[in-house]
Design a protein around this ligand. Structure first.
Ligand SMILES: [Mg+2]
Length: 219
């Protein structure tokens, strides 16, 4: 008798990778290249909103603020290519993914974002090659918290959502979305603590993603 494998879903940014740390490193590099000082780095960190401000809006503001010559879309396209090289994955994260798959879990990244930037980050960090499937919202045409995106991940990996998990740092997207899909949930970090409502209450809350692997493995 064969049983359908269960699915463990993970958000990418600020869950499997330190997206905000990579943004700081990119901002320092970018400001130097543009001949701008620390003030530009501070400005970017202030207006980034953890990556949730639309990049077209951010770079339109940056163009006006710093008198940049390039068109806004050129700035956005360059950012999508130039930010991913600053990302990395801890070996413990890759080990955790491998241990889940060894134990029979299917593992999917479920991320809201653009195909170019997210694919480059998944390649750069090795996470794309480590998981069974990467579900990028722009590619599949649906975003967290819509439970459809988790159903797509289950279908593409041949897994069932029953008994599955969603691990992420955003209460409204990752946790509420996971709950809507019938998944148990782990909230990672405290990026968005102020936004937690009773409907977004996770099964567990940890400071990093690492304990989530142990919980899912049942240890
Ligand atoms: Mg995130």
């Amino acid at each position: 008798m064969t049983t359908t494998p269960r699915l463990a879903c993970f958000d990418l940014d600020n869950t499997l990778i330190d997206r905000d740390g990579a943004f700081v490193a990119w901002a320092e590099w970018w400001a130097r290249r543009e001949g701008l000082g620390d003030e530009a780095v501070e400005w970017l960190l202030t207006h980034d909103e953890g990556g949730f401000r639309p990049r077209v809006e951010l770079f339109a503001m940056a163009k006006a603020r710093f008198g940049l010559a390039a068109e806004v879309q050129e700035l956005v396209d360059a950012y999508d290519r130039e930010h991913p090289p600053f990302t990395s994955a801890d070996s413990a994260v890759l080990d955790g993914i491998a241990s889940l798959r060894t134990a029979g879990w299917r593992v999917a990244v479920v991320t809201n974002g653009g195909v170019v930037q997210q694919s480059l980050k998944l390649d750069r960090t090795g996470i794309g090659a480590a998981v069974d499937y990467c579900c990028i919202s722009e590619q599949v045409g649906v975003r967290k918290p819509d439970p459809t995106i988790f159903k797509i991940a289950a279908a593409r990996t041949g897994a069932t959502l029953a008994g599955g998990w969603m691990v992420g740092d955003h209460p409204a997207y990752d946790i509420a979305g996971g709950i809507a899909a019938g998944l148990s949930t782990v909230l990672v970090g405290d990026h968005h603590r102020a936004a937690v409502t009773p409907e977004q209450a996770p099964t567990h809350h940890f400071e990093s993603v690492l304990p989530a692997f142990q919980v899912i493995l049942g240890r």
